[in-house]
Design a protein around this ligand. Structure first.
Ligand SMILES: Cc1cc2nc3c(=O)[nH]c(=O)nc-3n(C[C@H](O)[C@H](O)[C@H](O)COP(=O)(O)O)c2cc1C
Length: 220
C-alpha cells in the first residue's frame, strides 16, 4: 500500500524493510515525504538536542551532479566489481542491485541528504580536539532508521548510502552545507521496483550473552 494511512504491523515491517536499490521514477508526493521526515525527527537524541538536518534534492541537474560523483567514488574504491553472469548468491544479487543504484541514481525521484551537527564525543579530551568534530552519528542514526521504517510503512523504498564521504567537501560546496554539519547518509527514495524483504540476519540468540560475555542463555 502507498497511502498515508497504511499501517503495517511493526514486526512485519521491521522484518522486511530491506535496502531498496531499484526505484521507479515516479515522484514522491510531498505529503508522504513530510510524513517520513516527521517520523525521522521523532528519534531520540542526547539531551534532546535533535542535531539532524535534511536537504532534499529533486532537481535533475542536482541529482545528476550527485550521481556522477557517486559513481566515480564507487569506481575509485571498488573498481568495476563485475558480477559473473548467472551468479545468484545473495552477494551477487546485492552487487547487481548496487550496480543498478549507481547507474540510475540520477533518475530516482528524490535524494535525501541527512546531516548531523558536529560534536566531539566525550572520550576526546578538550586539548586533543583537532580539526573538525565528527557529526553526531549516535543521534543521527536513530533518525535515519525512523526514516527508513517510515518509508516502508507508507510503501516507499529507500536505501541508506554512505559513499558521499569520498566527495563530501565538494558536496558541501555545491549545496551550501555549512561546515558545522557533517553529511551522515544520502538516501535515494522512491516507489520500489521490487518487493520488500524478508531481511536475512543471524538470530539475536547467536549474539546475546547473559551475565558474562560468551555465556548464552543455554550455557550451564
Ligand atoms: C552504516 C551503513 C552504511 C551503508 N552504506 C551503504 C551504501 O553505501 N550503499 C548501499 O547501497 N547500502 C548501504 N548500506 C545498506 C546495507 O548494505 C544493507 O542494509 C545491508 O547489506 C543489509 O541488506 P538489507 O538491509 O537489504 O537486508 C549501509 C548500511 C549501513 C548501516
Amino acid at each position: 500500500m502507498t497511502t498515508l494511512d497504511s499501517n503495517p504491523r511493526f514486526f512485519d515491517l521491521v522484518g522486511d524493510m530491506r535496502a531498496m536499490r531499484r526505484l521507479k521514477q515516479d515522484p514522491v508526493p510531498q505529503e508522504l515525504l513530510d510524513r517520513v521526515l516527521e517520523a525521522g525527527v521523532k528519534a531520540p537524541s542526547g539531551m534532546n538536542t535533535q542535531p539532524w538536518a535534511f536537504l532534499v534534492l529533486r532537481e535533475p541537474e542536482a541529482k545528476k551532479w550527485f550521481a556522477d560523483r557517486y559513481k566515480a567514488a564507487i569506481h575509485s574504491r571498488f573498481g568495476d566489481f563485475e558480477i559473473p553472469e548467472g551468479a545468484d548468491s545473495p552477494g551477487a544479487r546485492q552487487g547487481r542491485a548496487l550496480h543498478y543504484q549507481m547507474d540510475h541514481m540520477h533518475e530516482f525521484p528524490l535524494l535525501l541528504i541527512i546531516a548531523g551537527l558536529r560534536d566531539w564525543p566525550f572520550r576526546v579530551p578538550e586539548d586533543e580536539r583537532k580539526g573538525l568534530a565528527p557529526p553526531n552519528y549516535g543521534a543521527v542514526y536513530p533518525c535515519v532508521q525512523n526514516i527508513l521504517l517510515a518509508c516502508r510503512a507508507v510503501g516507499l523504498g529507500a536505501a541508506l548510502t554512505t559513499m558521499h564521504q569520498v566527495f563530501e567537501e565538494e558536496l558541501h560546496e555545491r549545496f551550501g552545507i555549512p561546515e558545522e554539519y557533517g553529511v551522515v547518509v544520502t538516501m535515494p527514495i522512491g516507489y520500489p521496483l521490487g518487493r520488500f524483504g524478508p531481511v536475512r540476519r543471524k538470530p539475536a540468540a547467536g549474539v546475546t550473552y547473559y551475565e558474562s560475555w560468551g555465556k548464552t542463555r543455554s550455557s550451564p
